[in-house]
Each structure stands twice: as C-alpha cells, then as structure tokens.
Design a protein around this ligand. Structure first.
Ligand SMILES: Nc1ncnc2c1ncn2[C@@H]1O[C@H](COP(=O)(O)OP(=O)(O)OP(=O)(O)O)[C@@H](O)[C@H]1O
Ligand SMILES: [Mg+2]
Length: 505
C-alpha cells in the first residue's frame, strides 16, 4: 500500500523584522514515515514547524493536513486537528505538577450530577500508561521545577502523546536525553510509525537521523535544499548539504601540553546524592564527565560552584584550599559554570545578546560614575559574536528571538568573556549544529593552549571521546571509573556507566 501524504507544505514564506526566516519551503510527510529536517542553527527548522502548528502565520504558502487545507491560529487548534508538537524550548509550567501540565487545556472530564468535573483518576491512569510506554518513572504530582532537564523532556514527550494526533513533530527531543532514554524514545517512535503515524524529527545528532529516519529534508538559511532517503545518503553528504561545503574535522582537538594540577576535589559530598567524590583537573586539560541521566554530574558541578549546598569535602585551586559558599565565590576563584539549562542560571531571554554577554561583569564595564560604557560592551560582545559565530543581525538582537543553538552560543560566549581559569560546561553543545559544534570545540581546544582548564559534562560520547584528555564516569552519585584519552571507547564508558555494581577504575 502506498502511504498517504498527511502533511504537505508548499512554498512557505515567513519573515520577521529584519530576518527572512523561511524563503519558500516545500515539505511533505507520509503516514508511517519518520522524516528528518536538518539544517544549521538558525536555518529555520523550528520556525517552519511553528508555522505548521499555528504559533506563527506564514506570509504566504499553503499547509495541508490529512488532505485538507488548514491554517491554525494556535497549537491547541493544531492538536485537535491531528498535529502534535514537542517544542525545542520547554513549554511546561514550572509551578504546576506533571499531571496538570500533561492535560493542560484538554483535561479529561466526567459528569458528577449536574456538574462537569475534572477526572483526575482517568488522567492519572492515562498518564501512567504513557510513562510506562516511555519506560520512564516520574512522580505525577511533583512540580515541574523539581525535575531535571531530561525528565522535563520526557514530560514534553508524554504531553504530545496525550493528544489524539496522527502527526507528531519532535523538535530536538533528545538534546537533553542520554542513551537509555533515547533508546526508549526510539522504541516509541518505531511503534508509532508501525501504527501509521507520521513523524517529523528535528535533530543535530547525525547518528540518530540515520538510525530512526526514513527521509531527510535539508534547509539552509531558510531555503529548501534537498530531500533524500537516508538509505541513499551519508553523514558527509548531509552535512555538506547543510553547511554548503564539505566539512573538515568534527572534533578539532589541538594537542596541548598538560600542566600541573589546577583543581582538586577531595571526598566531596553535596547535600544528598553525590557521595565521596575525589578528582583533579590539570592546567590545559579537557576533562570529561560521562554518565547516564541522573548519575549526579550536574549536581556535583552545581555544588562545586556554590549553586547547591555541600556537606563534606574539600576543594583546592592551585594547591590552596578554597571556600565556595556561593557562585560569586566560585567566580572570584576563577571558576565559571555554564548550565545545561539555558534559562536556569543562564540567559535572560528578554535582553539583548550584548547585555547578556556583559551581564556578569558589568562592574568592569562601568566608568567611575557608574555609567555603563556601551562601546566597550558592544566591543566585548562583538568579539565573541564573530568568534563563536552567533547568527543574528546585530548585538542588540534579543536572545529570545535567536534560534536554540544560537542561544547556546551566547551562553558559552558569556562564560568565555569572564576569562575563567576553570570553565565547567554542562552539555555545552546541546542543540548546536555540527558546524557550530566544531567551532565551539575549536574555541575550547584553543583556549586550553592558553592554560585554561575545561570540565565538560556531555551525553554525547563521541564528543567526550573526541575532545577529552581524560573521562570520568559517574554512576549513582559516585565516580565509577576513569579513562585516559586513547583508551576510552563508547563500549567501555557505557559498560561502566551501566554496571550494576560499581568498580573503581
Ligand atoms: N520571533 C522571532 N523574531 C525574530 N527573529 C526570529 C524569531 N524567531 C526566529 N527568528 C529567526 O529566524 C531564523 C530561524 O530560526 P529557527 O529558530 O527557525 O532556527 P532553527 O533552524 O530551529 O535553529 P536551531 O537549530 O538553532 O534550533 C533565525 O535567524 C532566528 O533568529
Ligand atoms: Mg530550532
């Protein structure tokens, strides 16, 4: 049976003030197919999907859903007509519970005498069933703000599944998931596919595209480039379509002479989960932290940086014991942290790129009358905008209007601008395209030559293996192993991360 086209986009044009985000895009999705959309940060992927589900109205072009011309005025309407979307930036309400978020705007109701009331029991049963399918356990009654990024992402996915849609759009669903959750998600996608769903899959992880997608459409700078069967193409060709040229190395690590120990943690405990961690980082070294979601990597680093309490243990910088009570203390010691959650300790979405980069060091940018030297602010921001390649009309552009990957570049730039001695990056290339990723890697690597030490948490093992001099593996809040560059492989790291009984390495 020839599968029907269930989503057809023709000649979609969308402009924002000063930005032509989409310049005439064609796209079609069949039932029973997983169709990837690829492109660099800012290419227009999210915008295209927001046009489909009624967040934006296109300037021109047509949208056909299940054989009918549609023009949704909001996502709720799209959901009702069969299109469900998981947005790239989480759209959950932090103060509400998981269950409330799942059914917000489409609560299950029942009759109670003359009244219609919310049927919490029915919603709970439905939610439990969905999480079971996702092989995830999440307490339905906790507030969203108590969850980590990976869990939030699973809630987003579960939410999309609460709707009765036959088209599901995933906008970078795995950006904050690790191997195990990705495997569970892929199992779901395969079963949805078998049931005849059509799935749009946006991701910067090339391996995933070849693993789960049937076709791939590439857009570049808002222009349609190509549509291919994944079985007929390969990573290099795909990247060349995205970038417009052949790419060199994905992990351009420069060999750096590694110096003496800069940072040391001894028998460190945070306020609960992280137990008895001892490790060190040397000058010029890129140190990786691998582990499954929930292994405690973020908790450990947040605590070290004074963003969460510690209960025991000692920290040393260049041989001297340091006291870190707050993030300010950490910064004063030359330790800077870039969170995996751009919103949490990171960017202020409604401020400009310039303001965001300058924010942590406003004191250095004011004159003796406390007046901000905007020229210096511009200069500072401008330098990083070019170096890191932030795609925006100018430095005054608001962060909220940047594409996801470009927001990440602002977060990294802001940390670099502080000129730290120890830079701790939590998922630094989350949502960043292959080209920009290589750029960020190049910058990181280049900085180590000037003596900067990097600690990098990443869920992408190829990234850790490609960039790090040593990789620690965490499991259940403790260190479970350590590998030198050269001996680390995905299999070895995973076997330690998954081991039931942890063996010290
Ligand atoms: N509300 C907005 N106002 C102004 N410009 C916007 C707005 N939303 C998106 N843009 C711009 O439109 C372009 C496309 O952005 P979009 O978010 O679609 O990119 P993307 O392909 O999803 O990138 P990423 O991989 O980084 O998520 C970018 O140049 C972005 O800055
Ligand atoms: Mg996007």
């Amino acid at each position: 049976m020839e599968n029907a086209t269930i989503l057809r986009l023709q000649d979609i044009v969308k402009t924002f003030p000063g930005v032509k985000a989409l310049g005439g895009i064609n796209f079609n999705l069949k039932s029973g197919e997983v169709h990837a959309i690829c492109g660099e940060n800012g290419a227009g992927k999210s915008t295209l999907m927001k046009v489909v589900c009624g967040v934006y109205r296109p300037d021109s072009g047509s949208i056909e859903v299940n054989g009918k011309k549609e023009s949704f005025s909001n996502p709720m309407e799209a959901y009702r007509k069969g299109v469900s979307i998981i947005f790239q930036e989480t759209s959950l309400f932090e103060e509400m519970t998981v269950l409330e978020n799942l059914f917000l705007g489409h609560e299950i109701t029942k009759k109670a005498g003359p009244f219609t009331v919310i049927d919490y029991r029915a919603m709970t049963i439905r939610a439990e069933e969905i999480f079971r399918r996702l092989s995830t356990q999440i307490d339905l009654h906790v507030q969203i703000k108590a969850l980590g990024m990976a869990q939030k992402q699973m809630v987003e996915i579960a939410k999309a599944l609460t709707f009765d849609a036959n088209i599901i759009i995933f906008d970078e669903p795995t950006a904050s998931l690790t191997q195990r959750e990705v495997t569970a998600l892929f199992a779901i996608i395969r079963s949805l596919k078998a049931e005849g769903f059509g799935i749009v899959y946006i991701s910067h992880r090339m391996e995933e595209i070849f693993e789960i997608c049937d076709r791939v459409t590439v857009i570049r700078d808002g222009q349609y480039i190509s549509t291919k069967f994944t079985s007929d193409t390969d990573k290099d060709e795909l990247v060349a379509d995205m970038v417009g040229r052949k790419m060199g190395s994905y992990y351009p690590k420069t060999e750096t002479e590694i110096g003496d120990t800069l940072f040391r943690a001894e028998h460190y405990y945070d306020s609960g989960f992280v137990t008895d961690i001892s490790f060190y980082a040397r000058r010029g070294e890129i140190l990786g932290f691998a582990g499954l979601a929930g292994a405690g990597r973020t908790e450990l680093m947040e605590s070290i940086c004074g963003l969460a309490p510690r209960t025991a243990g000692r920290l040393f910088m260049a041989g001297n014991e340091i006291e870190v009570q707050s993030y300010k203390d950490a910064m004063a010691r030359g330790i800077v942290y870039v969170s995996e959650d751009r919103g949490k300790y990171g960017l202020i979405a409604d401020m400009s790129i310039e303001n965001n980069i300058a924010l942590p060091q406003l004191d250095k940018l004011v004159n003796k009358f406390d007046i901000l030297n905007t020229e210096r602010e511009k200069e500072l921001a401008g330098r990083y905008m070019t170096d890191v390649g932030i795609k925006a009309p100018d430095g005054e552009f608001l962060v909220t209007n940047l594409s996801g990957g470009n927001q990440q570049k602002v977060a990294v730039s802001r940390a670099l601008a502080l000129k730290p001695e120890l830079l701790i990056l939590d998922e630094p290339t989350r949502g960043v395209d292959v080209n920009a990723k290589a750029e960020i890697h190049k910058i990181i690597s280049g900085l180590t030559q000037q003596g900067l030490t990097i600690i990098m948490i990443s869920s992408e093992l190829p990234e850790l293996i490609g960039m790090c001099d040593r990789i620690y593996v965490m499991k259940d809040g403790a260190l479970a192993g350590c590998f030198d560059r050269g001996e680390a492989t995905q299999e070895k790291i995973l076997s330690v991360a998954l081991e039931t009984k942890s063996a010290a390495g």
